[in-house]
Design a protein around this ligand. Structure first.
Ligand code: PAF
Length: 360
């Protein structure tokens, strides 16, 4: 019953009908079920058509829009999915409060489409053909989706990658991502799929799944979109509020410092990671990292192989011919001295980011 209430909150029926009305004003179709999308997709199997697909959980920001732009530039038909996937949220995570901004998501996609069509000076007349926004029941037709580690259901598990780094803190996360992406890829059958570099472990996981299951699609990973102070764009940034937002660019600053160390010729894994830790240590007071407004907790700063995300130990060296991924996760606690209702209601926010140490 609790689970049902949770999904009714996430998918209130009223917002379904109001969003259906809105679809008349946008230049693409909103698909709620699989059959409708497949019918539109079918003729696109004819060459030279190419279908690009951008899976999202909504709350669209410039990072998502950049994926859609890439998809429009590289394919003639584009589908975007908006589905907050319950199985990638652990039982105590933020499924209930995950931002839902359906109307502004559609508006952003419409504006992007208009700009794209106006800038298209001929050649391929590419466009967003549809938004796939299914119900939980459509995506999980047999058993209710479980977020329990040993829950029942049909799942795609990719190990050991799913147990490392983000997976160590979020045990069901990658199983949920792989499962929903497998379902979405089976439904849309895209020629190319688009993922952001910001969720680097997710993109490595998807590449592995596509390879291991012989899925006929190409995985395109697009550079992270950043705010002007370096913070990686994320739907969860809206949780931060003004004062914490001003404090969190330290995460990208630390990664950029470590990347400069590598770019200046350092290959020792220990020295590269230490360059990032040094940036945090400027904030260390009495055994914790204390930013102006709030406490921070660094979960990991890890150096990994570019293809498998296997982590390097401190004795290892980055092979400059291969390059590496430097990734980090940080928990941002609520502000120390809340000054208004927004700050009194704050939850801790986990931020992730990464930089590529390029092959030379
Ligand atoms: O990156 C995301 O938004 C989600 O993990 C994805 C890929 C849409 C799967 O739910």
């Amino acid at each position: 019953m609790a689970l049902r209430n949770q999904f009714m909150r996430a998918y209130p029926l009223r917002s379904y009908s109001s969003s259906c009305r809105r679809q008349r004003h946008v230049p693409f179709t909103i698909f709620r079920d699989v059959a409708g999308l497949r019918e539109v997709r079918r003729p696109m199997f004819q060459p030279p058509n190419k279908v690009g697909f951008v899976p999202t959980m909504g709350a669209l920001h410039e990072g998502h829009l950049s994926l859609v732009r890439h998809a429009l530039n590289e394919n003639n038909h584009v589908f975007v999915s908006i589905f907050v996937n319950p199985t990638q949220f652990g039982v105590n995570e933020d499924l209930d409060s995950y931002p839902k901004t359906w109307a502004s998501d559609l508006e952003k996609l419409k504006t992007l489409q208009d700009e794209h069509l106006q800038s298209n000076t001929g050649g391929r007349d590419s466009r967003i053909q549809g938004i796939f926004a299914p119900s939980v029941k459509t995506m999980y037709p047999v058993l209710p989706p479980s977020s329990e580690i040993d829950g029942d259901g049909s799942f795609v598990t990719i190990t050991p990658l799913s147990n490392w780094l983000e997976g160590a803190s979020r045990p069901v996360f990658f199983r949920g991502v792989a499962t929903v992406c497998m379902k979405l890829f089976n439904i849309v059958q895209p020629d190319r799929v688009y993922f952001g570099q910001k969720d680097v472990q997710q993109s490595v996981l998807i590449r592995r799944m596509v390879k291991d299951f012989h899925i006929p699609t190409q995985v395109r990973v697009i550079e992270t979109s950043r705010e002007s102070d370096g913070l990686a764009m994320s739907s969860r940034n809206v949780y931060l509020g003004e004062r914490r937002r001003a404090d969190v660019a330290i995460l990208s600053k630390a990664l950029f410092a470590a990347r400069s160390t590598y770019d200046s010729g350092e290959t020792s894994a220990q020295a590269i990671r230490q360059a990032a830790w040094r940036v945090f240590d400027e904030l260390r007071h009495a055994g914790q990292w204390q930013a102006n407004s709030c406490k921070l907790e660094v979960d990991y700063i890890a150096l990994s192989g570019p293809d498998d995300m296997a982590t390097f130990d401190d004795a290892a060296h980055v092979d400059p011919k291969e390059g590496a991924i430097l990734s980090a996760a940080m928990k941002v606690f609520p502000v120390d001295h809340p000054a208004n209702d927004e700050e009194r209601g704050q939850i801790s926010v986990r931020l992730i980011d990464n930089v590529l140490l390029s092959a030379k």
